[in-house]
Design a protein around this ligand. Structure first.
Ligand SMILES: Cc1ncc(COP(=O)(O)O)c(C=O)c1O
Length: 427
């Protein structure tokens, strides 16, 4: 028999799960591991001093902080910890990255973005406006297998390639949508992009991938993907509020202008993208995430652990998506926003609206759950403003969609409870 995830064991690492509250807003942020909290307190109580000095506590402290990048490099299969920068959030990282890339983008070159989370759109739009650079949109389009639901949209490769020209310099997209739940085949997209850019004679193509909604569900592999930049937030991957930015060594050498103080010798390292220090206790605390993930698989292998996570998450998805796409729910006006199919191209982040004759505002549906208590779900645009605003028929942007998002420490029983309550609310 193939191994399955030991959910009770996984849950025992998260004190917050003990009282039975159902966390179903996990795409907004996961629970934090006890071991991460232990690392934070150990650092602050025992080794909290300035980095880089010669005294013994500083040496320990310096190594602890540096281990954060070593561990993150292992997690995403980076060639070196020198390719990892830490910062307060993913949003801040991309803004920094856009500033650092500005000198290496010519005024007549072009950037392609998606309508997904604004973190990978806004900084590029602002860069475009500052420099008069054209910014094109790789829009989400109707999923052909779901012709009766105009909210079933996705990013499709065949609509991206015609946007590539001899001027394309950067393409910024998501590895997974925080609304649609769909996974982008990053390796395939990057390879097709590079081929197309080469064919059309582009001077230099780089790719920046938002992995925030992807990182809790699948393994990032920057080498296999052949990406230049990618990022995610540890607070969605069982850690503290800190973001990680990967920048390929060649890009650090050839594309990035340092954001560090002029007198600091940063060479071709992530320090170029880290104005100020990386933080102390938080990068150190992230070193507890990889051992936790490894502990999920009998082999201790990260790829095996993510395979178990993905399999369990498919089991979580089944009752929820099964109900939301059922004839009963459709008749009640439920429309899934995103991929309606339960398959490996999807994570258990499920969005929907209630339309039709008995339309229900997202706010009102969520309010019923808030009043009942015992579980947390949420409504809105979740900062994927352009995506939600582009859906047809048009939605009230502030009411947005209802999002129920699960991660591997959720149980199938929790999801069944959610579905039962949803049925009652929509009856
Ligand atoms: C897909 C996606 N990208 C980026 C972000 C932004 O991350 P941060 O809050 O660390 O800036 C989020 C946050 O929800 C997200 O879901």
């Amino acid at each position: 028999m193939s191994p399955t995830l030991d959910i009770a064991k996984a849950r025992s690492n998260f004190p917050a799960l003990k009282d039975g509250f159902i966390f179903a807003d996990n795409a907004g942020g996961s629970q934090c591991l006890q071991s991460v909290v232990d690392h934070i307190s150990d650092y602050l109580l025992n080794t909290n001093c300035q980095l880089g000095a010669d005294y013994s506590v500083s040496a320990t402290s310096t190594k602890r902080v540096a281990d954060g990048a070593v561990s993150a490099a292992l997690l995403i299969n980076a060639a070196s910890p020198e390719e990892i920068a830490f910062g307060s959030s993913s949003t801040m990282h991309v803004e920094n990255l856009a500033r650092a890339l500005e000198n290496d983008i010519l005024a007549d070159e072009e950037i392609i973005i998606t309508p997904e989370h604004e973190s990978n759109c806004g900084p590029w739009k602002k860069l475009g406006a500052r420099r008069g650079i054209t910014v094109k949109l790789w829009a989400a389009t109707q999923i052909p297998e779901s012709p009766n639901n105009t909210y079933a949209v996705q990013l499709a490769l065949d609509t991206l390639l015609p946007l590539v020209t001899s001027k394309t310099r950067l393409v910024a997209f998501t590895a997974c949508s925080n609304i649609l739940g769909s996974i982008t085949d990053v390796a395939k997209v990057v390879s097709a992009l590079r081929e197309e850019a080469k064919k059309k004679g582009a001077r230099k193509l780089e790719v920046c991938v938002d992995c925030v909604a992807y990182a809790p569900h699948r393994r990032i592999d920057v080498k296999a993907w052949d990406v230049d930049y990618c990022y995610f937030s540890f607070y969605k991957v069982y850690g503290p509020h800190i973001g990680m930015l990967y920048a390929r060594k060649a890009s650090l050498s050839n594309s990035i202008t340092s954001l560090a103080h002029h007198f600091l010798k940063v060479d071709a390292t992530s320090y170029k993208l880290q104005p100020g220090g990386p933080g102390y206790e938080l990068p150190y605390s992230t070193t507890a995430v990889v051992p936790y993930l490894q502990s999920l698989s009998p082999s201790g292998d990260l790829d095996d652990a993510f395979a178990l996570i993905a399999a369990h998450e498919q089991a979580l998805l089944a009752p929820l998506l099964g109900y939301l796409t059922s004839p009963e729910a459709r008749a009640r006006g439920v429309c899934v926003v995103g991929n309606e199919k339960i398959d490996m191209n999807r994570v258990p982040t499920v969005s929907f609206v209630v339309a039709g004759d008995r339309k229900m505002a997202s706010k009102d549906l969520v309010a019923v759950f808030d009043k009942k208590g015992g579980m947390g779900i949420r409504y809105g645009h979740f900062y994927a403003y352009t995506l939600i605003d582009s859906l047809q028929p048009k939605l009230d942007i502030n009411d947005g969609i209802i999002r129920i998002s699960l991660v591997h420490y959720n149980t199938v029983e929790e999801v069944e409870t959610l579905v039962k309550e949803l049925k009652e609310v929509l009856a």
